[in-house]
Design a protein around this ligand. Structure first.
Ligand code: FDA
Length: 416
């Protein structure tokens, strides 16, 4: 009944084995695999367009990543999203969908559901207290649009069947007009992430570009790991560069290494063996400032000067690591220049990243060159589609990844 269906779709109850559950034999127009951000958005859009939509997920609850996102407050969009915020082997692929369903459209939906957005950083919109209202909003819209959601369902096989598709699942066989793969990326396997979407792509002859954990903290090797651990919890604004990436955002020392928005962002540009160059005093010419301070306040300790500009524990640690405190008057030009290097171009080579366990997203994925950027169908097999993070389209930190899920979901849903 309606109340059991409502509860099942929220992962609150299972369909008892002796009950039939949603009628799988009625042959939905569309089966969407993945009850995450992109899958739910696509489902409600296609449902409102009059399609009979069935969403399948192997997890016992929908939208787990939505719930854990944004530190539990879901950074659900970024008002400044544009193609430049995305990594892809095919940078033009995301343009059409992002243009058609924009952040203001999603914001309008959010506000219609009485969710008040909080702008934590310019353009970055979060929920005030919890991510839950965003998921509830999507599930409610799916309900209104007549979408069926079936959780805890394993998909065993997908095959082409004439102009349609056939799925063999743990809930039985399903014949359908189209399958939309919205299985997301590989991060956080404990939340249900799998490489299933890539397997389907390969099965149908599509390419999958190399995948890599991104928006992920760095780990450090022994000496630096111990130093970072001693500073665990200390945060400061930095400007970090690596390859083509440059970000001015906070950095956080952790027990394992370096994290915080600056590090998560730069991880998308980092390859094993690369060095990070970190400016601990962004926007300050350290040499000029130190020379001026030596002239104006010669009796001041160097450590005092550092403490006025950096978190105290970090300032003290720097003096300990490099071992030349003393009054500014005693610092030679060479010593000041050494400090300029340490502060303005602190170079560090991470041992690695924390990997899929904590990464927010996957770089790479299903090759977009054989997929329509308007409908998301495989050009040679239009009854098969891919949307969201499973594609080789990955956003920067700040709400861009969800916007991609919404935009690709809507574009695909409208054309089903
Ligand atoms: P998503 O991962 O949401 O959904 C995929 C669904 O497919 C899941 O329900 C999964 O169970 C299901 N599935 C997988 N394999 C399956 C299989 N074999 N059979 C059936 N079902 C299967 N982004 C952002 O913009 N703002 C933010 O604040 C954050 N914060 C954040 C925090 C953390 C900790 C993480 C891990 C990620 C973020 N993100 C984010 C990224 C964001 O969560 C992500 O990009 C979107 O959820 C991607 O949406 P999709 O629908 O493509 O995949």
């Amino acid at each position: 009944d309606a109340s059991r269906k409502f509860q099942h779709e929220r992962g609150l109850v299972e369909w008892p084995a002796d009950e039939k559950g949603p009628d799988m034999t009625r042959n939905p127009d569309v089966v969407i695999i993945g009850a995450g951000a992109a899958g739910l958005m696509c489902a409600l859009t296609a449902g409102y367009a009059g399609r009979r939509v069935l969403v399948l997920d192997h997890a016992n609850k929908p939208g787990k990543k939505i719930l854990m996102s944004g530190g539990g407050r879901c950074n659900f969009t970024n008002m400044n999203t544009g193609p430049g915020n995305f990594f892809s082997s095919n940078p033009h692929f995301c343009i059409s969908a992002l243009k058609r369903y924009r952040p203001e459209h999603f914001l309008e939906l959010v506000e219609r559901h009485g969710i008040e957005p909080v702008e934590k950083a310019p353009g970055q919109l979060f929920c005030a207290d919890s991510s839950r209202p965003i998921l509830d909003m999507l599930l409610t819209e799916c309900d209104w649009a007549g979408v069926e959601i079936r959780l805890a369902t394993r998909i065993e096989r997908i095959e082409r069947q004439g102009e349609g598709m056939q799925l063999v699942t743990s809930a039985g066989r399903i014949d359908t007009g189209a399958v939309v793969v919205a299985t997301g990326g590989l991060s956080i396997p404990t939340m249900g992430a799998t490489g299933f979407g890539y397997d389907i792509a390969r099965q149908f002859g599509l390419g999958v570009t190399e995948t890599r954990a991104a928006l992920v903290p760095f780990t450090l090797t022994s000496q630096w790991k111990a130093r970072a651990a001693a500073l665990s919890g200390v945060a400061c604004q930095v400007e970090v560069t690596c390859n083509a990436g440059r970000y001015r955002e906070p950095m956080l020392f952790t027990h394992r290494g370096l994290s915080g928005p600056a590090m998560l962002q730069i991880s998308s540009h980092w390859l094993p063996g690369d060095e990070l160059v970190i400016d601990l005093l962004p926007g300050v010419d350290a040499m000029a400032a130190l020379t001026q301070a030596r002239h104006a306040t010669p009796k001041r300790q160097l450590s005092t000067w550092l403490t006025e500009r950096l978190p105290k524990r970090l300032a003290q640690a720097l003096v300990e690591w490099y071992g030349n405190d003393g009054v500014l008057a005693d610092q030679s030009n060479q010593q000041l220049d050494d400090w300029r290097g340490r502060l303005g171009q602190w170079r560090i080579k991470p041992a690695g990243t924390e990997g899929w366990r904590t990464a927010e997203v996957t770089l790479g994925g299903v090759d977009t060159s054989t997929i329509s950027s308007k409908t998301f169908e495989v050009k040679e097999l239009p009854q098969l589609r891919f949307i969201g993070e499973v594609l080789d389209v990955t956003g920067e930190l700040g709400g861009h990844n969800f916007q991609w899920a919404w935009s690709s979901g809507v574009a695909c849903g409208q054309s089903l």
